[in-house]
Design a protein around this ligand. Structure first.
Ligand code: PLP
Length: 377
């Protein structure tokens, strides 16, 4: 009997230890981890620098309220802003959903301050932004909404890669467009460059804020530090979480300075957001991932090529999807038996989001196991 709410379809394994790209179960069986906590453990497991920073900070100060100065946040924010395309400021929280809630609130507040009643946001079918009310309402997937209506008002759903469907939804209350550059939960769907340029132009022309959800794609996952850099976009707001703490929970909203000004004391907050322990981890992650970007591109391209014989491959860097012509849950289970952790998204898409430190030899091993299981399922 379990005391847990039944919110996850959990696989029949539990892990006790991890090192690099490997996890180990109670019997000492080794698993090659190509899930990495769903795009979280960017430095792999038990990274020495991350562990040192975490333990070192834990011996000094784990948490201090946001009522006081927080130099740890300042350091991490500086690193994030230095990589952003323009002057910006950062708000720290604890997860991707929370980061998106922050972005939604910031957009509303930005227009409210200007006396404009623009609060609606255009989001995209098959997108995913989280499970809290605002983030869930922004998520244009019916299965995520079942039983939770009425949703938060203010979201209009367009078709990905179809600028006309976006234009058709424009209303005088529309304040922004929010998207993932690669839809992660929706099946590793890529946006085309032309569409993104059209979105950017539309935002400029109509005075809309462009929000890029970088929760899954950010922190080097696609081979650029932020995935919007592939397309030279100029987002007003981006949201980050997942990889940011390398496994320690932390998320944030990064906003262009003019937009960020709309949050004033009392307008938004979080008890735990960006506490010293979380920031100590994020600092190490950002510094180390910044040096891994070429590696992500190189291994990602190699991996993509090795996956091609199995079917349609999508994605960039180390965020790849392989579309099968059947439900992929059996493949996931068989791979687990053979010591490879992979994940199935959008029912027919195998998702690969290994730690960013993964090497060609690990890719070879994963591909070998995939070869053994795909045809037997
Ligand atoms: N946004 C994107 C693009 C995501 O992939 C996810 C999680 O999968 C979220 C938001 C929600 O993040 P969290 O689970 O940390 O709330």
């Amino acid at each position: 009997m379990s005391f847990l709410m039944d919110t996850y379809r959990r696989l029949p394994v539990s892990f006790v230890y991890g090192k690099g790209v490997y996890l180990y179960d109670e019997k000492g069986k080794e698993y090659l981890d190509f899930v990495s906590g769903v795009a979280v453990n960017v430095l792999g497991h038990s990274d020495e620098d991350l562990t040192k920073a975490l333990c070192g900070q834990a011996t000094k100060l784990i948490h201090v309220s946001n009522l006081y100065q927080n130099p740890w946040q300042e350091e991490v924010a500086k690193l994030l802003v230095e990589r952003f395309w323009t002057e910006a400021k950062v708000f720290f929280c604890n997860s991707g959903a929370e980061a998106n809630e922050g972005a939604i609130k910031l957009l509303r507040r930005f227009f409210w301050e200007r006396g404009e009643k623009r609060y609606r946001i255009i989001t995209f079918r098959k997108g995913f932004h989280g499970r809290t009310f605002g983030a869930m309402s922004a998520t244009a997937q019916e299965k995520i909404h079942i039983g939770f209506e009425p949703l938060l008002d203010g979201f209009d759903y367009a078709d990905y890669n179809d600028i006309n469907s976006v234009k058709a939804l424009l209303k005088k209350e529309t304040g922004g467009i929010m998207l993932e550059v690669i839809q992660g939960e929706g099946g590793i769907n890529e946006t085309d460059a032309e569409f993104l340029q059209e979105v950017q132009e539309l935002c400029k022309k109509e005075g809309l804020l462009l929000i890029i959800d970088e929760v899954q794609t950010g922190i080097g996952r696609t081979g650029k530090f932020y995935s919007y850099e592939h397309f030279e976009l100029q987002p007003d707001i981006i949201t980050l979480a997942k990889g940011l703490g390398g496994g320690f929970p932390i998320g944030c909203v990064v906003a262009r300075e003019e937009v960020a000004q709309s949050f004033k004391p009392g307008s938004h907050g979080s008890t735990f957001g960006g506490n010293p322990l979380a920031c100590a981890c994020a600092k190490v992650v950002i510094e180390k991932v910044s040096k891994l970007l070429d590696h992500v591109v190189e291994v990602g391209e190699y991996f993509k090529e090795r996956l091609r014989p199995f079917g349609k491959v999508r994605g960039r860097g180390l965020m790849l999807g392989l579309e099968l012509n059947k439900n992929c849950q059996d493949v996931v289970l068989k791979a687990l038996e053979k010591g490879l952790l992979i994940n199935c998204t959008a029912e027919r898409v195998l998702r690969f989001v290994p730690p960013l430190i993964v090497q060609r030899e690990h890719v070879d091993k994963a591909v070998e196991i995939l070869g053994e299981v795909i045809n037997t399922c």
